[in-house]
Write a protein that binds this ligand. Structure first.
Ligand code: GLN
Length: 304
């Protein structure tokens, strides 16, 4: 498959969307990013790489970090995890409080904020050096040791953390957080603040595409069945209240973040990361979704 030519075609075809949407500004540090950027990178399981545009410009991965968090927690806690968080699509916004109140503090899934905040609490319980362990895992997955937290982004989110603080308080009220709320939230913001480029991110997702290879990164290891189940949750829950639309248009498991990034995988073929900061109403990258829709349409390759 000539992915490079396909990426070049896609780049032309998405130009009409270049000014649609706007970047997240509820995290003040993200409002400073130049919104007119676009990058994409594909890494195949055979080891080829195809890139285009701003594919080596670092951006804030935000909620894409929730996939790494779930992988770590599944490795550490196994199925016990599912006592504290569900695996059903939420159909609501990533930072919604409504279901959490009705469902008495059990988040619908690990890829909405409430679910990731519970998983952050689990990681804090199990690890003596959680911040170092999390970063080491992401560095190992991507093979890039210079990946870091962006403390400015994390601090900026902390200063405006009203909704996430409300979520954490509701979780604590329902005994689904053990640690100190402030500590849990700051570690959660740090995970979201990690800076990666499309190349790094695509590399970091390749092990999720390649579930026949052993998933072993330091002390974190998953069975092939666990990797496939993470993909299942990406398929059903990776895009909040737009998960159905993404599945319909793109047909790949994936995860988005409000930094404008999306990582997706085609099992046993490739991982792809795309980034463009302008978001739609649901908090997902406009050009990112369009590019992936065109990718699976033009290659005629989706999981269906
Ligand atoms: N840090 C962001 C938040 O908690 C992540 C949200 C996202 O990327 N969808 O609001």
């Amino acid at each position: 498959m000539n992915y490079q030519q396909i990426l070049e075609n896609i780049y032309q075809e998405i130009q009409p969307y270049a000014q649609v949407g706007k970047q997240a500004d509820y995290i003040p540090a993200l409002a400073k990013v130049n919104p007119d950027q676009f990058g994409i990178c594909i890494n195949t399981v055979q080891g080829e790489t195809f890139m285009l545009g701003d594919a080596t410009t670092s951006f804030s991965i935000q909620s894409i970090s929730k996939v790494f968090l779930l992988a770590m927690c599944l490795s550490i806690e196994g199925d016990g995890l599912w006592r504290r968080v569900g695996k059903e699509p939420s159909g609501t916004a990533f930072n919604s409080l409504i279901q959490l109140e009705v469902e008495k503090g059990t988040p619908r899934n690990p890829f909405i904020n409430a679910g990731a905040i519970v998983l952050t609490d689990i990681l804090l319980k199990h690890s003596k050096h959680p911040k170092e362990d999390f970063l080491r895992f992401v560095r190992r997955l991507s093979g890039n040791n210079s990946i870091s937290y962006d403390e400015e982004v994390a601090q900026s989110e902390r200063e405006k953390s009203y909704l996430n603080a409300a979520i954490a308080n509701l979780l604590k009220y329902h005994h689904n957080i053990e640690n100190d709320i402030e500590e849990v939230l700051y570690f959660y913001f740090l995970q979201c603040s990690i800076g990666m480029d499309c190349y790094d991110l695509s590399k970091a997702f390749l092990p999720f595409a390649n579930h026949r290879r052993p998933f072993e990164y330091g002390e974190i290891s998953l069975t092939s069945s666990q990797v496939k189940r993470i993909n299942a949750i990406m398929q059903t829950c990776g895009f909040y209240d737009e998960a159905g639309e993404f599945s319909y248009l793109v047909g790949l498991p994936g995860k988005s973040g409000v930094g404008g990034g999306i990582a997706a995988i085609h099992p046993l073929r490739y991982s792809v990361a795309v980034w463009s900061p302008r978001l739609n109403q649901k908090g997902n990258s406009v050009m990112g979704i369009k590019a992936l829709e065109l990718l699976t349409t033009e290659t005629q390759e989706s999981i269906f």
